[in-house]
Ligand binder design. Structure first.
Ligand code: SF4
Ligand code: MG
Length: 335
């Protein structure tokens, strides 16, 4: 299948008093129709900045896309005008967040918000938009949509709000749905229901999903392939079975060793010693070296490249690359 979204060497930088921070520094992946791609990493890995870059929603941050391509059906979203981007955002590429309250407007009723989104993107009449709203609320498992449209966001439970957000995101039949930690704020039972719902919706619509999460349990349940991010880089990518059966990057191995048991909830991954590096103080070589049980001299000096080591399995680690023989070779090679 042709990829519907293809990200090539994305670089997103933030400028602060401390200088330029490379929040995303060389991330590449693609996702095809009907496919769910997981983007996994701890907070601070750059996964949310990656999704905001795709949506070009960095405006309220000091961030900017410094380099790379974001190809949506062949068009580079980095280069198109804000006006063209507005037509794509919400319409072709929709996004749902961890906390729906940040994207639902607290002062308007659910029905009005849904209808306005539908009218804006699909040019429906008011009556058609009302019908489509009810239809979408039904499709996300809301049993009395005629009642819900008259309620305000704060009158709904967290799980119901997330259903409404999904209804809103799916109302315009997006080709790509970006879901950033869509179930993290919900309790375990509701979390399972929402994941079920997303799976069913995309099965019937062929939407490509970019699922951003720190939870490998969610990845195992939902994703076809997975990209593991660390320190703003993609460090490993493969299909889900290969990642779980044969993780090649020491960071991925650490993540897998730290999967909480069913019912247990962790806000951070406990069993990998050390912390995610502060972007302004990244190590010179491999960003994972300070936490890596296998770090060698070369790891501190030079960053490994991101390479496909076997078919459909890429990794960024010196353990899977030929290490240069001497210093001259090291200096002579460029990144
Ligand atoms: Fe560990 Fe070296 Fe591989 Fe980095 S490159 S993950 S430090 S072995
Ligand atoms: Mg995040």
């Amino acid at each position: 299948d042709q990829p519907v979204l293809k990200v090539n060497n994305l670089q997103t930088y933030f400028t602060s008093d401390a200088g330029v921070v490379k929040a995303v520094d060389g991330v590449s992946f693609e996702v095809s129709k009907g496919e769910t791609l997981g983007i996994v990493g701890e907070s601070g890995s750059g996964k949310s900045v990656t999704s905001l870059s795709i949506m070009r929603l960095l405006k309220d941050t000091p961030g900017r896309i410094a380099d790379g391509e974001i190809l949506y059906e062949g068009r580079d979203l980095v280069k198109i005008s804000e006006n063209d981007m507005r037509k794509i955002r919400g319409n072709d590429i929709a996004m749902i967040f961890q906390e729906p309250m940040t994207s639902l407007n607290p002062v308007f009723k659910i029905g009005r918000q849904l209808e306005e989104a539908i009218i804006l993107h699909l040019k429906f009449s008011k009556k058609e938009a009302r019908e489509r709203s009810i239809e979408m609320l039904t499709s996300v498992g809301i049993s009395r949509p005629e009642k819900i449209v008259h309620e305000f966001p704060h009158q709904l439970s967290g799980g119901m709000r997330q259903r409404v957000m999904i209804a809103m995101a799916m109302a315009c039949n997006p080709k790509v749905l970006i879901a950033d930690e869509p179930t993290t704020a919900l309790d375990v039972t509701i979390q399972a229901q929402i994941l079920d719902l997303m799976r069913n919706l995309t099965k019937t619509t062929d939407t490509a999903i970019l699922l951003i999460t720190h939870d490998l349990g969610v990845v195992a349940e939902m994703c076809d392939r997975v990209v593991v991010m660390y320190g703003g880089r993609a460090v490993e990518e493969s299909d889900v079975l290969s990642i779980f059966a044969n993780p090649k990057h020491p960071y991925t191995q650490g993540l897998l060793a730290s999967i909480p048991k069913i019912g247990e909830r962790l806000d951070r991954l406990q069993s990998i010693p050390g912390n995610v590096p502060i972007p302004s103080r990244m190590p010179e070589g491999c960003k994972f070296a300070p936490r890596c049980p296998h770090a060698m001299d070369i790891c501190w000096e030079k960053e490994p490249e991101y390479k496909e080591v076997i078919t459909n399995h890429s990794v960024r680690c010196w353990l899977h690359e030929e290490v240069p023989q001497d210093e001259s070779e090291l200096v002579g090679s460029t990144q």
